[in-house]
Write a protein that binds this ligand. Sequence first.
Ligand SMILES: *[C@@H]1O[C@H](CO)[C@@H](O)[C@H](O)[C@H]1NC(C)=O
Ligand SMILES: *[C@@H]1O[C@H](CO)[C@@H](O)[C@H](O)[C@H]1NC(C)=O
Ligand SMILES: *[C@@H]1O[C@H](CO)[C@@H](O)[C@H](O)[C@H]1NC(C)=O
Ligand SMILES: *[C@@H]1O[C@H](CO)[C@@H](O)[C@H](O)[C@H]1NC(C)=O
Length: 386
Amino acid sequence: MHSKNAPQRAPSKLFTLNLLVKSFILLIVLGTGFSVLIMYKPQYIDLHSMAMRTISMSWSPAHCADEGTSLQRWIAPPSNLTHSMTDEELFWRASFVPQVKKYPYNRTSKVAFMFLTKGPLPLAPLWEEFLKGHEGKYSIYVHSSPDYQPDFPRRSVFYRRQIPSQVAEWGKMSMCDAEQRLLANALLDVDNERFVLLSESCIPLHNFSTVYGYLVHSKRSFVGAFDDPGPHGRGRYNHNMAPEVSISQWRKGAQWFEVDRNLAVFLIHDAKYYPKFRDFCRPPCYVDEHYFPTILAIELPHLLANRSLTSVDWSRGGAHPATFGGRDVTEGFLKRLKGRQSCMYNDLPAAVCFLFARKFSPSALKPLLHFAPILLGYGSEQRLFE
Ligand SMILES: *[C@@H]1O[C@H](CO)[C@@H](O)[C@H](O)[C@H]1NC(C)=O
Ligand SMILES: *[C@@H]1O[C@H](CO)[C@@H](O)[C@H](O)[C@H]1NC(C)=O
Ligand SMILES: *[C@@H]1O[C@H](CO)[C@@H](O)[C@H](O)[C@H]1NC(C)=O
Ligand SMILES: *[C@@H]1O[C@H](CO)[C@@H](O)[C@H](O)[C@H]1NC(C)=O
């Protein structure tokens, strides 16, 4: 058995060795072949993609050839404001901030005019006059009741500028949600630098160049934020908000804010204070007057001007400011509205303090269009003779 097995084992060993050597050679051959393939593959791909590009370019307009791969993909604003993102998805997407601060293209800062409305925009013709000729320096966003169907003509600056909206109730958190939704949709355009919240009853008080320059050159954002010791201020504070918000940090301010891009991103990503305001600031605590002013005053106080840009008349008393109709809008009224102001702008005393005013009813449109060219600095002079 021993001697029989021995010769049998020898050829088997030889066979194994033979197989090993052959495998080794095969590996070397394969490996070399593979390296050669790798060395030549990029060139092959290049040639292939060049051929594909040449083909695609000859069939499509030149400007479309690079779409999706060029920088344009990241800086072009969404052409269609309709999207199917939930607020959670939208806010996440809108909170992206580039870490390289120098823009690799000639960026023109834009002002985002964000209209928070119930339905129609009766003063739209006045805004059209104000914006005429300034394309590329502004963008429009409208949040209205979800059941409202706007019918702006194609030539209108408001045409297809409605964002996906939800019900917003005065004084409730759903109102702040709507404001955040406007900010988030506007943040998707990387050129938007200043964000103005407006209502359907707001009007611009100066020409576009004045408004634009005032906003883009401001070191601070225009959010009213003051400490009101009375029942409508500190009286609305709920101790359950501590420790996130103490009573000395509690602020009040008008809903109609103006913020820069940096603050806009902060306002849509807040998760620290949001639950406190949602749960403990309910009517008669009107959350839209406290949430943004308070959290900005806590986190970014040095970036606030602590004043609103929207003039409003509380002199008639009551829970709502005065509304001006057609008969109120006279030359004297508009001159008074624009005159006698004093405030600080970029640490210097300034004569222009308010860029916008409210509240104007639909009947004010006609006299406003009439006086706008001489008193507000925009619109067609032809209207003067109508
Ligand atoms: C805009 O997008 C929505 C949904 O994504 C779509 O239903 C609609 O047809 C688009 N409108 C245009 C004009 O592309
Ligand atoms: C920006 O504009 C300047 C002058 O208008 C021009 O020299 C420069 O090449 C432009 N830069 C880019 C990235 O387009
Ligand atoms: C805008 O208004 C300002 C201040 O009234 C004026 O100096 C400027 O010339 C106006 N600009 C235009 C383009 O009308
Ligand atoms: C606004 O108020 C904050 C305190 O809440 C303060 O730090 C900041 O300097 C004020 N801004 C101006 C322009 O005075």
